[in-house]
Design a protein around this ligand. Structure first.
Ligand code: PMP
Length: 290
């Protein structure tokens, strides 16, 4: 990934992709003091860009550091990166981390760095293929207790468990893994939130102990706009036996139907398809206000 053509915004300068490097004694690498975003541009417009930038700032604050670029400066930098990439549909990855001045748990004075890259990340499958649904494994690890980790932060360190879980799922032939929360309720996937359908009502875990995804919030709004009831609550894994449809949401995953989770089976149907279509319509570039 580091040997591509292109340009990365790095601490305020546009740097050739291959030269956007950091030192091995960076605090972010040793102690996980790093936060990031994942967002998509559609037709040259970044969907909910401001929400992502605000979340990046908030993620850093939760890790006790301040990004030395304002929300407006980051917004402008993202636009520049997208424009320079020449891509209309793209995935954007801002990342902020503590630098290399001090190498210890304490890093009070370390410089905070910010980089932003953009690349192509198509939704590989057409709607018909997607409607077959993906298969999810049950993850071995759980999401941490909010008293154990700042779970509202999109912190790199929190993804260590996700990578282990996703690898295990892939090695067992699944697309991804469903993770439970610290109390054993359904939580989320390794990079996406989860929803279920039962008798025309949508059920989704309350996002007070894992990332309350921007896509999750968008899909809840889209469903309610259609008059569909959305219930946010604790969901026990056994309850999955009673749900007819299931889908996951995320900036990268968009709305992706699920056919299987461990012993439970789902049939992606009308409500999932409606929300897939509504989401794709919602992310389309809006004409600038006159
Ligand atoms: N949970 C996790 C663990 C994630 O990595 C993501 C992707 N950022 C999400 C949920 C969904 O968040 P969003 O819709 O804001 O992309």
């Amino acid at each position: 990934f580091d040997q591509r053509e292109g340009t990365i915004w790095f601490d305020g300068a546009m740097v050739p992709w291959r030269e956007a490097k950091i030192h091995v004694l960076s605090h972010g690498l040793h102690y996980g003091s790093s936060v990031f975003e994942g967002e998509r541009a559609y037709g040259g417009q970044i969907f909910k860009s401001l929400e992502h930038t605000r979340r990046l700032h908030r993620s850093a604050e939760l890790l006790d550091f301040r990004i030395p670029f304002s929300v407006d400066e980051i917004e402008a930098a993202k636009q520049l990166v997208l424009k320079t990439s020449g891509l209309k549909d793209a995935y954007l990855r801002p990342v902020a981390w503590r630098g290399s001045e001090m190498m210890g748990v304490s890093a009070q004075g370390n410089t905070i760095h910010l980089a932003i890259a953009a690349w192509e990340w198509p939704s590989y499958f057409d709607a018909a293929t997607k409607m077959k649904g993906i298969r999810l494994d049950m993850a071995e690890y759980r999401r941490p207790d909010p008293r154990t980790a700042p779970c509202a932060s999109k912190a790199a360190g929190l993804y260590m468990i996700c990578t282990i879980s996703k690898h295990r799922a892939e090695n067992r032939g699944y697309a991804d893994a469903l993770m439970l929360d610290f109390e054993g309720n359904v939580a989320e996937c390794t990079g996406a939130n989860i929803f279920f359908v039962q008798d025309g009502v949508i059920h989704t875990p309350t996002a007070d102990r894992f990332l309350n995804g921007i896509t999750r919030q968008t899909v809840i709004e889209l469903a309610r706009r259609r008059g569909v009831e959305v219930v946010e609550r604790r969901i026990l894994p056994e309850e999955m036996a009673g749900f007819s449809e299931c889908f996951i949401t995320g900036s990268a995953a968009e709305v992706t139907p699920v056919s299987e989770i461990g012993p439970y089976r789902f049939t992606p149907a009308a409500l999932t398809k409606t929300l897939m279509d509504d989401y794709l319509a919602e992310v389309q570039p809006k004409a600038a206000a006159a």
